[in-house]
Write a protein that binds this ligand. Structure first.
Ligand code: NAP
Length: 275
C-alpha cells in the first residue's frame, strides 16, 4: 500500500489508520512511504498505526525512501535514523533512493546503504525512478549489484518499462515495484485513451462486476512478477484493491488481449515516466 498524502490531515488520521490496518489484515502488509511524504507525516502515521492497532512488526514490510539531497553519508545515516524514529521501528525492510539527481554519487550512496545494512538499520536497499542506463551505471559501482528493487511508475497507460527496463530488472534479479498503479485514480495526464471513458476498460469492469481501478490493478499484477503499491485512504478502496490478485487470475486471455489492443505495449524505447 502506498501512503503518499496520508497523515497530513489531523481529521483524517483515524480513518487512514483504519484503512491501512484493514489492508494489512487482508494481506497487503507492504507499506510504502518516504521521508518526503508530508515531511515525515506519512512515516509517523505508519508508526502510530502499528502501535495503536496492535499490529506486530512482523505483519508488515516497511519500505521508505531517502531524498537525493540526503543520500550521501553521513547525512544518509541521519535521515535513516530520523525515518526509524518516526516509524517507531528498529529496522527498515527496504530503503530506497527516491530518485536520482546530480547531487547523488552512486558509489558513495551504495557504500552508505551497505553500511546501514551492516549496522542492522536496514535489511535491503534499492532505488526508484532508475531507467536502464541508470541501473547499468549503478551495477558498475562496487556492490551496486546488491540493489534489491527499483520502484518505477507503471500502469496500463504507461507501459514503456515493458520494452527494456522490466526485462533488465528480471534478468538481474532486481524486484520491480509499480507506483501509481491506478494512475492516481485515473487522473494522470499521460493516460491516453482516458481511463475514465475508454470503452474496453468500462466493458471489462462491467463484465467482471468490478471498478475500472480494480482492472488497472489486476493488469499490473497479472504477471505475478511486479509488486504494486496502490494508495487508498478508505476501507472501501482498500478492500477493492485487495481483491485485485484474484481478479487478475479470473480475467480471460481474450479479455486481456482486448485490453492490450486498447492500450498496446511499447514497440520502441520510451523515456521512463516519473511522477
Ligand atoms: P495511485 O495509487 O495510482 O492512486 C491513488 C488514487 O487512487 C487515490 O486518489 C485513491 O483515492 C484512488 N484509489 C485507490 N483505490 C481506489 C479504488 N479501488 N477505486 C477508485 N479509486 C481508488 O497513485 P499514487 O498514490 O501516486 O501512487 C501509489 C504510491 O506509490 C504512493 O502513495 C507512494 O507510496 C508511491 N509513489 C512513489 C513515487 C516514487 O517516485 N517512488 C512516486 C509516486 C508515488 P483515495 O485515497 O480516496 O482512496
Amino acid at each position: 500500500m502506498g501512503t503518499c498524502y496520508l497523515g497530513e490531515r489531523a481529521d483524517m488520521r483515524a480513518a487512514e489508520k483504519d484503512a491501512l490496518a484493514r489492508g494489512v489484515a487482508l494481506g497487503m502488509g507492504l507499506l510504502d512511504t518516504a521521508e518526503m511524504y508530508g515531511d515525515g507525516a506519512a512515516e509517523l502515521l505508519i508508526g502510530d498505526m502499528l502501535r495503536s492497532r496492535s499490529l506486530r512488526r512482523a505483519d508488515v514490510t516497511i519500505v521508505t525512501k531517502v531524498c537525493p539531497c540526503n543520500a550521501s553519508p553521513p547525512t544518509l545515516y541521519k535521515s535513516c535514523d530520523a525515518s526509524l524514529a518516526r516509524l517507531g521501528a528498529e529496522c527498515i525492510d527496504l530503503y530506497l533512493l527516491h530518485w536520482r539527481d546530480g547531487s547523488v554519487a552512486l558509489p558513495e550512496m551504495v557504500g552508505g546503504m551497505e553500511e546501514l545494512v551492516s549496522r542492522g538499520k536496514i535489511r535491503r536497499w534499492g532505488v526508484s525512478n532508475f531507467d536502464v542506463a541508470d541501473m547499468e551505471e549503478l551495477f558498475r559501482a562496487p556492490h551496486g549489484d546488491r540493489c534489491a528493487a527499483n520502484q518505477i511508475l507503471y500502469h496500463l497507460g504507461s507501459r514503456g518499462a515493458e520494452f527494456d527496463l522490466l526485462p533488465w530488472l528480471a534478468k538481474h534479479g532486481v524486484a520491480a515495484m509499480a507506483y501509481c498503479p491506478l494512475a492516481q485514480g485515473g487522473q494522470m495526464r499521460r493516460t491516453t485513451p482516458d481511463f475514465l471513458t475508454e470503452p474496453t476498460l468500462r466493458n471489462l469492469a462491467g463484465k467482471y462486476n468490478v471498478s475500472i481501478f480494480q482492472i488497472l490493478l489486476a493488469f499490473v499484477l497479472r504477471s505475478g512478477n511486479i509488486c504494486a503499491i496502490p494508495k487508498a485512504a478508505s476501507i472501501r478502496h482498500i478492500e477493492e484493491n485487495a481483491s485485485a490478485p484474484t481478479l487478475a487470475a479470473a480475467i480471460s486471455s481474450e479479455d486481456w488481449a482486448a485490453l492490450e489492443a486498447a492500450y498496446p505495449p511499447p514497440s520502441h524505447k520510451m523515456h521512463l515516466d516519473m511522477d
